[in-house]
Design a protein around this ligand. Structure first.
Ligand code: DUR
Ligand code: ZN
Length: 137
């Protein structure tokens, strides 16, 4: 599946965003190793803090559906931004946990502007699962 097709899936996912506070809709589409696409949207909360971003919704949904961490092929994220959307720091950290560091991340907007990057590029020098093995014995 090409980047434009996955971004179109993210645009469809964005239509489901629950955004009564920010009115800032975000959609994500996560491609798994079998070619299936998992949709995510942002889901806000009156207490603000419990808000879940579109990227995390898609990743958590795929994991909860039984897909293996770090087996995903790509994630596309879209918002109605000037220039491609920038994932927040929390989502970047969750990508480090659940996706391969070299996984393709496709960032876009509704104007069709696209930036292709990787998890590693979005969060360089990250703290990940293998760092827990590096504790002093
Ligand atoms: O990459 C991003 C950036 C922001 N948001 C959400 C969180 C909140 O609902 C709204 C404004 O921050 O956008 C996402 O879902 N993904
Ligand atoms: Zn986020």
């Amino acid at each position: 599946m090409d980047s434009t097709t996955l971004l179109k899936e993210a645009i469809k996912a964005r239509e489901k965003a629950y955004i009564p506070y920010s009115h800032f809709g975000v959609g994500a589409a996560l491609l798994d190793s079998e070619g299936q696409v998992h949709h995510g949207c942002n889901i806000e909360n009156a207490a603000y803090g419990p808000t879940n971003c579109a990227e995390r919704t898609a990743m958590f949904r795929a994991i909860a559906d039984g897909h293996q961490a770090r087996s995903f092929k790509a994630i596309a994220v879209v918002a109605d931004t000037e220039g491609p959307v920038a994932p927040c720091g929390v989502c970047r950290q969750v990508m480090v946990e659940l996706c391969d560091l070299d996984m393709l991340v496709i960032l876009g907007n509704l104007k069709g502007e696209i930036r292709e990057t990787t998890v590693r590029e979005l969060l360089p020098d990250s703290f990940g699962p293998s760092d827990l093995d590096k504790v002093q014995k």
